[in-house]
Structures are given as structure tokens and as C-alpha cells.
Design a protein around this ligand. Structure first.
Ligand code: PEP
Ligand code: MG
Length: 886
């Protein structure tokens, strides 16, 4: 706790943000840098904390300190607070530690009363100006201190203007303003039984207290919740002498960005108004001029601004957003802060600052907000567009898409064939709908969460997807959906914003993504810093090629089931599942084998020289069959007995495969053990593809991955199958290929017995989607739509564990598995391939746990490369226990 409650600007600096708030610390820093900052002082955040501990009473002695500080300002300005002839006016502003723009209160022109207003009028030789300042003070004071609705003041002002036949504020003359002031005072008396204080110290006390109180106004509380700003931080109060930009044509006010915040170009960007106060710029009454005009209007001021811009940028090592006022030709800086910018500008600026020697490469990498990068890799909604948002769901896959609504995957493909763009809207998608997802620009589902089928598939393809949008009610029969009073029918246009989860009525202009040379440079730097390897989850040669464009260092997860879902293959897969005998199944598998082999060839070729981890079949088989409800419905329309008999057979089989808990059922390696011929076919396809490509001089590094292992025996059996099938191919082909066999760790038991499992595994890949599902006991398909959103909203749990890795629970299992696994086998390679591999916080965890790699969807690879470098910079160390290059 500081023993001083009040510090002059000269006494602070930018490292004192916690005590002085962001604004106070910056004003102090600028004052000490010799910039023309109007003199002032800051009441510390600790004083505000004391105020709250003290049951909202101002601490004793505070005002003695404030008065002393005011005296120093009086000396500097040679103006005196409350003086009838030469009055000092001050502004009183909040200033929290973390910027909370517009959330708390400000009062300007404090120090005016019925007498000092006359003094100001004479001093400035401008009575309209003085009375307008007084009017503004009473209005702000009435609203902030006395909490009177702002509209009541505005009504009085409007009525008076009307009675004088005046349209624009500035045309109301002194007589009018005096009337307004009287009415304002009466309003305050009527509402509070108190008068507007004529004692200027009383004004100051009440204003300081009001700023303290505004820390707990509703909007500030909501803002803090949204951005996780601690309630105990409290606000500082900045009291600063006023300067006026409305004192004639040699005065003015403006805002300056030191570089262009939307493009990142290195040129001053901003606007100003002559003879105006700050609010006039915001109110938009007059159109401000571009900053370049200042060069001719006030060349000296312009030159000073250029110098100040460079000085502040170098000092803060960042692009600045500066507020300035010119009072009678003298430039004052009122505020500086890091300027908000677009993603494109953020990347360009980071690279520019390195070229100019302002930032090191490491600092530039740290500057990048990785979430921002998503905007650069997906099409986005034009920020100028007007939007009619009709619903909101989970932002499952980023980017934007616009198209005609369709409710059926077949219709989607049909319409796309005819040159239309479509958005697929459905309760959920299943593997059967994959062709619809491929055809569509984007997907909207009413059910399912961030790891639902639609979400995972869309992310993999880089298509926008919104899931769990329960507000919309689909009527598939009538080909429409309802949302409130709006009905959207098949063929209507909608737009999806997968980055925010917004569903927009109609079509909207989209901005195409671009990978700029600056982003490429940043990524190169990130690669030279990071230790984690960044691999990708890719199931097709196209995705693999895309991921290579983004410099993925291999495939960490190739989900083979996705290869079974195309329109041509699904019937063969169904034939394989429905086979009545082993021979029949083999016949179907023989048809599938060359198809799988050609996929693997394509993928190996795209990943030339990098490992490709292929996971054998994982989902429950019923996912490849039609839904029972649809089959039953169709049954009634079938007349021919033979067709009917076949259909009934199908129904029996589907019923047979149905499970109450399919995600905990016959899937993963359990399938491989029960139907070894399926896994065998896949392994043969993998190695035939590998041999073929090696003969074509392509460097193939295959890794076979067994899913859902929970007991070491499961892996032992499956590994034997893989080794034997591989051996068969090598003998048949007369060529051997180096390969690895590993397992996913996605069942808690596997993590806990990882030492035993490691005996039979060359690598572990943490399937954190299933591992989270099974550790928390939350269904990854239903939780979000049911209780999880409530949990998150009411902070029952802090974050969505399907998006941000639960380091305490799931993370503890991962740490345990890595430790036990490496104790058994030092060279064990470990990585993560669940959706968390594309999340920054989770990447940081993987780095610290000493994993060798993370694997994420192709479009997240650039973001993951930056995050992996940031993790290295943040911890300033790699986990030395582990060898990252296994
Ligand atoms: C996982 O469970 O984390 C995983 C990657 O596998 P899938 O999502 O295909 O179940
Ligand atoms: Mg899994």
C-alpha cells in the first residue's frame, strides 16, 4: 500500500499502471518525456479500494492531499481554482488499470459557478464560450453525480433551442444558454432537493466520489465480467487542468493514429476540427478534416505532432492512438494508448517495427493475438455491411459464408451442380451428410457442440459452421425454419458468421482471406523459435496439400472413416457392414481396398518427407447406415415383397447395431478386435500405397494409430495384426518400409496405465475430445446444447473443456501418461490431436508438458505455429526433460 493517495503526473511512470491506472500512468510517462501535457495529478486506485473497504466513505485526509496537489497546478498555470477573475478549470476522469473504454464517468469544466463563469468570460473575451462550458458542466454533473437521466437535460436544451428558433447548438446565444442553465438548476433541485454546488471544492469532492462509484455501475460490472477484470482492481481518478480547443481558428481538437490502423501502412492517420471541443468530434455535428490538412492550416502544430507521434511510438514500442487539443496555437497531448487495429494491420505493423529496430522478432511474435489470425485465413464479413442478425449459435468453425438455404445433403449437391451457393441447415449432420457439407459454403445445425460431427468436419475443410443454434426451429417436411416471427424457406439467402456464431438474414458482402508477405515472415520467425512441431489433422490429399501450404510438419491424425463417406463409397461400406458371411464381407472389403489405397497414395505424396499418422477405423458402424426412423418410414411405401424383405433385413441389422451409448460402445479398437478383417484391409492399403510411392522416390513415413485403447492387451492384439499385415505386403512386394505403430490415449484407463501401454507403442497421441468426454463424463455431442452453456454462463465451470484443455483434470491424465510412458520408453513420441491442438492455452500446456507435437486442422496451422513460438517465449525454456525431436 502506498502512503500517498495523490501523485502529480511528474511523479509517476508507465510501469505504475496498477497504482495509477492506465490513463494516469500514461499521462505521467508523457509528462516526464517532456510532452505538452496539461498539468494534473492522479488519485490512486488504492484510494478507491479504501473507499469501498470504508463502506463508501472518502478516506480522511484525502482532500488535504488533493488541495496541495491543486495548488501546484495553480502555480504552474497561474490560474486559481474558484477564483472570480482568473479561474482554473479541471477535468475529472476515471482511469482503470485495464482499459474499459466508456464504462465509467468523466466530468469536464469543473470549477465553474455563477461567479467564476463571469471571470472566464472576461478572461477569454467570449461570454458564449464561458456559458456554454458552464452549461456542459451542470449537465454532466447532474447526470454523473446526481444520476439524473441525461435525456431530461437534453430535452430542456432542445426546447430552448426551439423557442429561440435555433437548429444547431452553437447558434444558441448567451441569453439562451443562461436560460438553459437556470432550467438545469431547477431540474436538479426538483429531482434531488439539492442545489448545484457553488462551492468548487464541494464540486470536486462530489465528482471524485462519483467516479469511485462508477466503478460499480452496471455497465462497468458487466464489462468486467466479460473480460475477466478483477472487481478489486478499482479505478484511479485523474484531475487535469482544462485546455480548450474552441477558442478560435488557431485552436482545435483531434485524434491521431501514428500509423494506419486498418491497413497498417506507415503514414499518419487521423482527423481534426478547428475551433471545437472533443465532444464535437464524437457528436459528428461538423465533419472533421483529414490530418494532412493540418500541414497547411497549422504547419508548426503539424510538425510537433509528427515528432510526438514518433517519440510515443518508440517509447511504447507500438502504434499509438493519440488525443490532442490545440489551444491558441499550442499543442497539448491529452491521452495516448495502443491503437486498436485490424488483424491485417497488426501483422503488418509487427513486421514494420522489427524492420525499424523498434521491436525484436520475439517481441513481434508476442504481439500477435493468435485469435486475430483466424480473420486472415478465412473470409470475413465486410465490416461496413449492415446486418440483420436473426439467431446466435456456437461459433464452431470460423469464417463467413453466404448462400441459399437447403435442408438436405442431396439437395445441396444438386443445387451446387447447377451453379448455386448453398448453406446446409440441419438438426445435426452425420457421416452420411458429408457430401452435403462438401458442397455447402457453410453449415448451420440446431444440435451438437464444438466437437460435433458438423463442427469437426467443417473445421477440417476450413468452412464456417455454427452449431447448437437451438433458437431456430426446423420443419424439414415443409423445407423451412422459424426464428421468432421470421420464416426462412428453402432457397432464401442466409449468411453465417462462424467466427461469432451469428446467423444473418440475407446475403452479405464477404472479404476474401489473404496471406500477406508479412504474415509469411512472422511465421518464419515463429518456426525458428518454437520447439513443438505443428502437424495437421487431414483426411484427404486436398486437405494435406492445403496444410503443407501452411507448412504443417506432417499429419498427426488422418481419420480414415471420412474416406468412407463419399457417395460412391458409402454403398460399398454398407455392403461390408451388412454382409451375412465372412466371404461376403471380404468381397466388399476387396472393393474398398483400392479406394483406400489411392487415398493414402495421394496423402503420402502431399506429405512427401513428413510423417503421416493414419488412424484405423474409429466410429461405431451404425454411423454408416441410414437412421432407423427413416427406414421405418420408408418401409410403408415399399410394395414389392422382395424389396420389402431386403429392407426388413436392413432394419434388423441397423437395430442390431444400435447402442444406448454408442460413444462408449463398439467403436475404435473394439471394432478392430471384433472385425479384424476391416483393420487388416486398411493396413494393407496403407503399406501397398507406401511401397508404391517409395518406388516413385517419394519419402513416405507411415505411422499406424490404434484408437480408443483402454487396456494394454487391446493394443498388443492390434499391433500384432498391423505388424503381420505389413509383413505380408513387404514379402509380396519385396520391399520394406520403416513405420511406427502407436495409439491414441483417449480413455482415462489408458493414461493411468501408460507404462504398460508404452511397451507396445512407438507413440502416444492424446485424443483430447474423447479424453475430455470420458474424464468429465460430459457427452461431447450433447453437453453444449443441454447444460454446458448454462454452466459456462453461470460460471459453474470456468471454461468450455471441449475448447480449452482442462489442465487440472484431463491435463493431469496427460502428464501422468507422458511420465509413465517415457519412463518405460525414453524415445516415446507424444502429441495431441484433439480439437485442443488448435487452441492457444492448450498449446501452452502441451509445450510445458513436453509433448513433441500438436496436430490441428489445416486452417489453424499458422495460428498454432505462432502460439507454439509464444509458448516457448513465455516459459523462456523448453521442457528439458524431454527430447522434442523424437
Ligand atoms: C479425439 O477423441 O480427441 C480424437 C481426435 O478423435 P475423434 O474426435 O475422431 O474421436
Ligand atoms: Mg476420439
Amino acid at each position: 500500500m502506498s502512503n500517498r493517495r495523490v501523485l502529480q503526473f511528474e511523479e509517476g511512470n508507465s510501469s505504475m499502471k496498477v497504482l495509477l491506472g492506465g490513463k494516469g500512468a500514461n499521462l505521467a510517462e508523457m509528462t516526464n518525456a517532456g510532452l505538452a501535457v496539461p498539468p494534473g495529478f492522479t488519485i490512486t486506485t488504492e484510494t478507491c479500494q479504501e473507499y469501498y473497504i470504508n463502506e463508501q466513505k472518502l478516506p480522511e485526509g484525502l482532500f488535504d492531499e488533493v488541495k496541495d496537489a491543486l495548488e501546484l497546478i495553480e502555480l504552474k498555470k497561474q490560474q486559481f481554482f474558484g477564483d472570480d477573475v482568473n479561474p482554473l478549470l479541471v477535468s475529472v476522469r476515471s482511469g482503470s488499470v485495464t482499459s474499459m473504454p466508456g464504462m465509467m464517468d468523466t466530468i469536464l469544466n469543473l470549477g465553474l459557478n455563477d461567479r467564476t463563469v463571469e471571470g472566464l468570460s472576461k478572461q477569454m473575451n467570449n461570454s458564449r464560450f464561458a456559458y456554454d462550458c458552464y452549461r456542459r458542466l451542470i449537465q454532466m454533473f447532474g447526470s454523473v453525480v446526481f444520476e439524473i437521466e441525461m435525456k431530461l437535460f437534453e430535452d430542456i436544451f432542445e426546447e430552448t433551442k426551439n423557442s429561440f428558433g435555433v437548429k444547431v447548438d452553437k447558434d444558441l446565444k448567451v441569453e439562451g444558454l443562461k436560460l438553459v442553465i437556470n432550467e438545469y438548476k431547477l431540474l436538479i433541485e426538483e429531482k434531488t432537493n439539492k442545489s448545484f454546488p457553488q462551492d468548487v471544492y464541494n464540486q470536486l469532492t462530489l465528482a471524485v466520489e462519483a467516479v469511485f462509484k462508477s466503478w460499480n455501475n452496471q455497465r462497468a460490472v458487466v464489462y468486467r465480467q466479460l473480460y475477466n477484470i478483477p472487481d478489486q482492481q478499482c479505478t484511479a481518478v485523474n484531475i487535469q487542468s482544462m485546455v480548450f480547443g474552441n477558442m478560435g481558428d488557431d485552436s482545435g481538437t483531434g485524434v491521431l493514429f501514428t500509423r494506419n490502423p486498418s491497413t497498417g501502412e506507415n503514414s499518419l492517420f487521423g482527423e481534426f476540427l478547428t475551433n471545437a471541443q472533443g465532444e464535437d468530434v464524437v457528436a459528428g455535428i461538423r465533419t472533421p478534416q483529414p490530418i494532412e490538412n493540418l500541414k497547411t492550416e497549422m504547419p508548426n502544430v503539424y510538425n510537433d505532432l509528427v515528432k510526438i507521434a514518433r517519440q510515443l511510438e518508440t517509447r511504447y514500442k507500438d502504434m499509438q492512438d493519440i488525443e490532442f487539443t490545440i489551444e491558441k496555437g499550442q499543442l497539448y497531448v491529452l491521452q495516448t494508448r495502443s491503437g486498436k487495429r485490424t488483424a491485417q494491420a497488426a501483422v503488418k505493423l509487427a513486421v514494420q517495427f522489427v524492420a525499424e529496430g523498434i521491436l525484436s522478432k520475439e517481441e513481434a511474435i508476442n504481439r500477435i493475438e493468435v485469435e486475430h489470425l483466424e480473420q486472415l485465413l478465412h473470409s470475413t464479413i465486410d465490416p461496413q455491411a449492415t446486418l440483420e442478425v436473426i439467431a446466435k449459435g456456437l461459433p464452431a468453425s470460423p469464417g463467413s459464408a453466404t448462400g441459399h438455404v437447403v435442408f438436405d445433403a442431396d439437395v445441396a449437391t444438386e443445387w451446387v451442380k447447377h451453379g448455386k451457393k448453398v448453406v446446409l441447415v440441419s438438426h445435426e449432420t452425420s457421416p452420411e451428410d458429408i457430401h452435403g457439407v462438401i458442397a455447402a459454403e457453410g453449415v448451420l445445425t440446431t444440435n451438437g457442440g464444438m466437437t460435433s460431427h458438423a463442427a469437426v468436419v467443417a473445421r477440417g475443410m476450413g468452412k464456417p459452421c455454427i452449431c447448437g443454434c437451438e433458437e431456430i426451429k426446423i420443419d424439414p417436411e415443409r423445407k423451412r425454419f422459424y426464428i421468432g416471427n421470421t420464416t426462412i424457406v428453402e432457397g432464401d439467402w442466409i449468411t453465417l458468421d462462424g467466427t461469432t456464431g451469428r446467423v444473418i438474414n440475407g446475403t452479405v458482402a464477404l472479404k476474401e482471406p489473404e496471406i500477406s508477405p508479412e504474415l509469411l515472415k512472422l511465421l518464419e520467425w515463429a518456426d525458428s523459435i518454437k520447439h513443438l512441431k505443428v502437424l495437421t489433422n487431414a483426411d484427404t490429399p486436398e486437405d494435406a496439400a492445403k496444410a503443407r501450404d501452411f507448412k504443417a510438419e506432417g499429419i498427426g491424425l488422418c481419420r480414415t472413416e471420412h474416406m468412407f463417406m463419399s457417395t460412391e463409397r458409402l454403398p460399398v461400406v454398407q455392403e461390408m457392414i451388412l454382409a451375412q458371411s465372412l466371404e461376403e464381407r471380404h468381397r466388399a472389403l476387396d472393393k474398398l481396398l483400392p479406394m483406400q489405397q489411392s487415398d493414402f497414395e495421394g496423402i503420402f505424396e502431399a506429405m512427401h518427407g513428413f510423417p503421416v499418422t493414419i488412424r484405423l477405423l474409429d466410429p461405431p458402424l451404425h454411423e454408416f447406415l441410414p437412421k432407423i426412423e427413416e427406414l421405418l418410414e420408408k418401409q410403408f411405401s415399399l410394395k414389392e415383397p422382395e424389396v420389402n424383405e431386403k429392407h426388413e433385413q436392413l432394419i434388423r441389422k441397423v437395430r442390431n447395431l444400435q447402442e444406448v451409448n454408442p460413444m462408449l460402445g463398439q467403436r475404435g479398437c473394439r471394432l478392430g478386435i471384433l472385425f479384424p478383417e476391416i483393420y487388416r484391409m486398411q493396413v494393407i492399403a496403407i503399406f501397398r500405397a507406401a511401397v508404391k510411392l517409395i518406388r516413385q522416390k517419394i519419402n513416405v513415413i507411415p505411422e499406424v494409430m490404434i484408437p480408443l485403447v483402454g487396456h494394454v492387451n487391446e493394443l498388443e492384439i492390434m499391433r500384432k495384426l498391423v505388424d503381420e499385415a505389413a509383413e505380408e505386403v513387404f514379402l509380396e512386394e519385396g520391399l520394406r518400409v520403416n513405420y511406427k505403430v502407436g495409439t491414441m490415449i483417449e480413455v482415462p484407463r489408458a493414461a493411468l496405465t501408460a507404462d504398460e501401454i508404452a511397451e507396445h507403442a512407438d507413440f502416444f497421441s492424446f485424443g483430447t475430445n474423447d479424453l475430455t468426454q470420458m474424464t468429465y463424463g460430459y457427452s461431447r455431442d450433447d453437453a453444449e446444447g443441454k447444460f454446458l452453456s448454462y454452466y459456462l454462463e453461470h460460471k459453474v465451470i470456468p471454461t468450455n473443456p471441449f475448447q480449452v484443455l482442462d489442465t487440472e483434470g484431463v491435463g493431469a491424465l496427460i502428464k501422468c501418461a507422458v511420465k509413465k510412458g517415457r519412463a518405460q520408453k525414453t524415445a516415446l513420441k507424444t502429441g495431441i490431436c484433439g480439437e485442443h491442438g488448435g487452441n492457444k492455452e492448450s498449446i501452452f500446456f502441451c509445450h510445458m508438458t513436453g509433448l513433441n507435437y500438436i496436430s490441428c486442422s489445416p486452417y489453424r496451422v499458422p495460428m498454432a505455429r505462432i502460439a507454439a513460438a509464444q509458448a516457448q517465449l513465455f516459459y523462456k525454456t523448453t521442457s528439458l526433460e524431454y527430447n522434442y525431436n523424437v
